[in-house]
Design a protein around this ligand. Structure first.
Ligand code: URA
Length: 190
């Protein structure tokens, strides 16, 4: 894993030499964990702390862990894109944006490598970005959430359980219910 990180860091340092982009790597149990959770990309807090799913996203993660009955250290937590994608408003304020095509193309091979290293029993994707990284561009979360499907990662087959991204369901009551039902299903399949 350390070598993987070194190589990844070296690649992005060469690619973006002028920009100081903090890479936020995965953390947790990296040897055959029951779950590898894959989000979209780090946000502000994650970049400041150098850890995935902290701050507000960390609270969502705690709720997730409580339902499935696991501790943070029992699972491996990562993101498709390892830098924070940002946009700057005309007034100069910086905010998150979804990863663009170039970022996805650059980071997806590293995600595959990470999955092959970690060898999770189940991959749980949060939202469309992580789902598409594994199942292809045509896959949509509405069709796949809450059921085990399989993904080929460089010829190796992995079980995948897609979930809506908790950040996307906050203002949608029916999706919140669906998300909770999906979590209950996940509990029965892990
Ligand atoms: N924080 C993360 O690390 N990933 C997400 O997808 C959202 C918030």
């Amino acid at each position: 894993m350390e070598q993987f990180r070194k190589r990844c860091r070296a690649f992005f340092d060469t690619l973006w030499p002028a920009e100081e982009k903090t890479l936020v790597f995965g953390e947790g149990r990296a040897d055959h964990p029951p779950i590898m959770l894959i989000g979209e990309a780090p946000g502000e807090q994650e970049t400041l702390q150098g850890r995935p799913f902290v701050g507000k996203a960390g609270k969502n993660l705690d709720a997730f862990l409580e339902v499935v009955g696991l501790r943070r250290e029992d699972i491996y937590i990562s993101n498709v894109v390892k830098v924070r994608p940002t946009k700057v408003s005309p007034k100069g304020s910086v905010s998150n944006r979804p990863p663009n095509r170039e970022e996805l193309a650059l980071f997806t091979p590293y995600l595959y490598e990470e999955i092959l290293l970690v060898q999770p029993k189940m991959i749980v994707t949060l939202g469309n970005v992580a789902l598409k990284a594994l199942l292809g561009k045509e896959a949509v979360i509405g069709d796949h959430h809450g059921q085990v499907t399989r993904a080929q990662v460089q010829g190796q087959s992995f079980a995948v359980f897609p979930l809506y991204h908790p950040a996307s369901i906050i203002y949608n009551r029916s999706l919140t219910e669906t998300y909770q039902q999906d979590l209950q299903k996940l509990k029965t399949v892990i």
